[in-house]
Design a protein around this ligand. Structure first.
Ligand code: AKG
Ligand code: FE2
Length: 348
């Protein structure tokens, strides 16, 4: 077994040069990317010349523009796909539901999702930090976040026709777009360290199908550039595809079930490519695309697009809540393992 302390594990990619595009504006609203101090799991400030903005496109922009951005970049941040009030209502319901965990600042509205800073954030690791060796009931927030995912208020939120409709327009060659039942709710607690989302691409969890599923990452609240939203590695679909092909080759003599596993002997312990997003962007000579996300926005990404999150340094101690749901075409073969609800340690 691979040591738990291992930070990085992926096959050396052959030379996959990045198609670096012209740097866009360094300012986004009141934010200046050169002044951001972002850190990932392994610490170390991300060099600002390795950051650039993920620009949002309004949901009512011509779909051809949105489609072109998605196929060029592997990711598109769409502003205003969902009704903002609905997103906040669901956020409020979620935080009410998990409030027995004690995570909320007493006497604040659940809708705000403010963290109870009296508590040690280390007691609330999220789903990816607890993939293995978890004692039952050692993390009430995680237990409640998991079971919230089975509740109609979350399932209905994810089944919003506006979302499926958008996917249908984005993937116009799909015959029958559908949403996988499996979904996660992720609470990133402010100033929790070593608990950010590792560098990964989703195909490693979706090995029961060919690359091509679409992930919708849905911030459930406003998530500013310093509040632990997703960051995408620019021009990384070709790199993700190559890494996955190499993993396939490495996995080919494993039992079939193991070949599909994101946690088999060839993978980083606990999943992902590396916990060190700083080193990864330097090694691959690519920048992290950083977004300023608002409730109602949805980010769509390709299953080989590489991404991670930075630590949540929200100045108001807001918990970063997001959910991720995935879509595919029912007319094509898809990963049937994703037809079930998520539970911790389910190995996908
Ligand atoms: O919300 C996160 O931090 C992780 C989400 C993710 O990896 C995804 O949407 O594919
Ligand atoms: Fe992901």
């Amino acid at each position: 077994m691979v040591a738990a302390a291992e930070v990085t594990r992926y096959p050396e990619p052959a030379n996959v040069p990045s198609q670096l595009r012209d740097d866009g504006p360094r300012k986004l609203g009141t934010w200046d990317i050169d002044l951001l101090a972002l850190e990932g799991n392994e610490g170390g400030k991300l060099p600002n010349d390795h950051l650039t903005w993920l620009q949002a496109i309004p949901a009512d922009a011509p779909i051809e523009h949105i489609r072109a951005a998605y196929s060029r970049d592997g990711v598109v941040h769409v502003r205003g796909v969902l009704d903002r009030d609905k997103v906040f209502d669901t956020r409020a319901k979620f935080f009410e539901y998990v409030s027995p965990s004690g995570v909320l600042q007493p006497e604040t509205a659940p809708r705000e999702g403010l963290y109870n800073t009296q508590l040690d954030p280390a007691q609330f690791p999220g789903p990816s930090a607890t993939q293995f060796n978890r004692n039952q009931n050692d993390n009430k927030l995680l237990d409640l976040s998991v079971s919230a995912g089975y509740e109609p208020f979350i399932v209905d939120f994810s089944d919003d026709p506006a979302l499926l409709g958008f996917v249908g327009r984005l993937m116009s060659d799909w015959q029958e777009p559908f949403r996988f039942k499996r979904q996660l709710l992720r609470t990133n607690i402010p100033r929790t360290y070593k608990a950010a989302t590792r560098v990964h691409y989703d195909q490693m969890y979706l090995r029961g199908m060919e690359p091509g599923a679409v992930t919708a990452w849905i911030p459930m609240g406003d998530v500013s550039p310093v509040s632990g939203g997703l960051m995408y590695l620019e021009d990384s679909v070709p790199l993700g595809l190559e890494l996955e092909n190499k993993f396939k080759e490495m996995n080919k003599d494993l039992p079939p079930e193991e070949q599909l596993s994101a946690f088999n002997q060839n993978m980083l312990y606990g999943g992902g490519l590396t916990k060190d997003c700083r080193a990864f962007s330097l090694a691959t000579n690519r920048r992290w695309l950083v977004g300023d996300y608002r409730a109602g926005d949805v980010v769509f990404h390709h299953s080989c697009m590489i991404h991670c999150s930075a630590n949540n340094e929200d100045p108001e101690d807001r918990i970063r809540l997001a959910t991720d749901v995935r879509f595919a075409d029912r007319a094509q073969p898809y990963d049937v393992r994703w037809e079930e609800f998520y539970y911790p340690g389910d190995g996908k």
